[in-house]
Write a protein that binds this ligand. Structure first.
Ligand code: 2BA
Length: 109
């Protein structure tokens, strides 16, 4: 068995959820926050058999979009104090960030 951990942008949550449900996968959603952007995203925990991994990947590939977002970057020198102006930099976010792990044991107790 495999555990797929997929970080998806908030905006794609509904489509990914619907597509996973339609295909009969079982999963859990956890509200999460990106370390860099500090914005809400969603982490899906999806437990599947080995032969279902590609099906889940296909759903994630189809419904997780790549978007550009601006991040404020502060210049390395911040002197004189109080005059520091952050400059926005574009970063590409998504599609999904996916980890596939081996599951040692799976039980519902
Ligand atoms: P964030 O941490 O908010 O990152 C948003 C985007 O900023 C990333 O998009 C990436 O393009 C850029 N970024 C983040 N950290 C960076 C760094 N150290 N150097 C250069 N660029 C950086 P994605 O790569 O699509 O990631 C989207 C979200 O997936 C991330 O949101 C984070 O929540 C999660 N994620 C990505 N890589 C991860 C990892 N290795 N471990 C755990 N979570 C990860």
């Amino acid at each position: 068995m495999k555990l797929i951990i997929a970080v998806v942008q908030d905006k794609d949550q509904r489509k990914v959820t619907e597509a996973l449900l339609e295909r009969g996968y079982q999963f859990t959603n956890i509200a999460s926050t990106g370390g860099l952007l500090r914005e809400g995203n969603v982490t899906f925990l999806i437990g599947v058999e080995q032969d279902q991994v590609e099906g889940v990947m296909e759903v994630l590939r189809t419904h997780s979009k790549t978007r550009e977002q601006l991040v404020n970057v502060f210049p390395p020198t911040i002197e004189p104090i109080g005059t520091c102006i952050p400059s926005p930099v574009k970063v590409q976010v998504g599609g999904a960030t996916v980890f596939v792990l081996d599951v040692e044991r799976f039980q519902k107790l």
